[in-house]
Design a protein around this ligand. Sequence first.
Ligand code: LLP
Length: 422
Amino acid sequence: MKRSNSEFFIGDVPVKLLAETYGTPVYVYDEQKIRENYRRAFKAFSKHYPDFRFFYAVKACNNPAIASILKQEGAGVDAASVNEILLAKKIGLGGENVMFSGNFLSDDDIKSGLESGVIFNLDDISILPRVLKFGKPEIMSFRVNPGYGKSNVGEFVTNAGPNAKFGVHPDDVLKAYRMAKEAGIKRFGAHMMPGSCITDADYFPFITGLLMDIIGKTGKELGINFEFIDLGGGLGIPYKPGEESLDLDAAAEKAAGVFKAKVAEYGLKPPRLMMEPARYFVGNAGYIIGRVHSIKNSYKKIVGTDIGMSTLARPAMYGSYHHIYVEGKEDEKREKLGLCGQLCENTDFWVKERELPASITEGDLIIVENAGAYGYAMSYQYNGRLRPAEVLVNGQSHYLIRKRELFEDMIKNTDLPDYLKK
Ligand code: LLP
C-alpha cells in the first residue's frame, strides 16, 4: 500500500475510489505484490536448489483469480479437499500439478482423489489400506509429522508436533512406505507441514534435518528413490509494525544446505525440492477496506465498523493482530480506542485497545492490513451479515473478482416444507 499526503493507494488505485466503486467491506488484493512475493521466494530457494517447485496452498485465498496469478508464476496447487482439486482443475491445473493433502479422508474423497490423478499425500498409515481398496495412486507421499511444530499465530496453528492432528508418526513412516511399496506403488515423494507463520529462519533447516533423517533411513532401507520432498508451507510474515520479518534468503540457503547434505548422507537420488506456502505469497498483498458506521461512548469509546469477525475471523479466533489505518487521518493525534464489527457477539469486539486517530468519525474508511491469507477464505455468514466482495488491483486497473453476497445467497440452499408455508 502506498500513501500520498494522507491518502492511501492499493497498487495505483485510491482506497477511496475502491470503496466508492465496490462498497464496503471489501477485500482488495494487489496483484503486483503477489507476483513480487512469489518471485522473491522462488529465487531464494531455486538459487540453492535449482530443481525446485512451489505449490500454492489455495486454502489461504481460494479466489480463482488469485490462484491463476500463482499458476502463471509457475506454481502448482496444494489442495486440502476434493473441491480444492476441482478449483485447481477450473484454473487449468491437474495431474501432478496438484498435491492432495487432505486429512481424515472419506471413501468419497479417496475415490475422487484417485480419479483425478493428482499426487496423493496421505496423512496417516491407516488411510493406505482404504485407498488401496479403490485403486493405486500413480504417485504418492506420506505427510510425516517429525515431532516438532512452530507458529507465531500460537498453538492453534502449530500443525506439526505431538499435539497436532496431522501426519504420520515417525515410528510408522518406514512401515507406511513398505506397505505402499509392497502394494505395487512405484513412484514416491515425502511431505511435511512444519507449522504456519514462522519467522525464525533457523527453524527451517532444523525441521528439514528431522524430516530428512526419517526419509533418508526409509529410502535407504526400502530402496526407494523419492521423486520429490515437500517441506510444506509456513514461511511467515510480520503482522505488527516493527515485528521482525523472516530472513528468507537465510532460511532458503540453510534449509537447502541441510537438504543437500542429507541427500548425500543417505545416498538418495536427488529428489525435486518442493514447498507449498500460501501466507507468504498472498498475506501482505490483501487488505480489507471498511467503513465506520457509528461511534459510541459508553464504558469505553468504541468505533463500530462494517468489518466484523465474520469478515475477518483471525482476531476473534486466534487473538491475531491486524494493523489498521484510517484514511486521511494517520497523522492526527491518537487515543486508545476499541473497534468492532456489527455482530451480536462480544468476540466481534476485535480490537480492544489500539492507538487510533482520535478524530475518527462516522463515514471514515479504515484499511486492515495483511488480510490476504486466511481472510476471505475463513469468512462466513452470520447475523445476516454476508460475505464481502473481492477486488483485484493491477497497477491502475481494478477488477471485481467475487461479487458481494446478497440475501438470495443467504437462503439459496434452504427449502421450506409445504406444511410450514401456511
Ligand atoms: N500446506 C498444508 C498442508 C497446510 O495445511 C497449509 C496451511 C499450508 C500448506 C500453507 O501454510 P502457510 O504457508 O500459509 O503457513 N488459519 C491460520 C493458518 C492455518 C494454516 C493451515 N494450513 C491463520 O489464519 O493463521
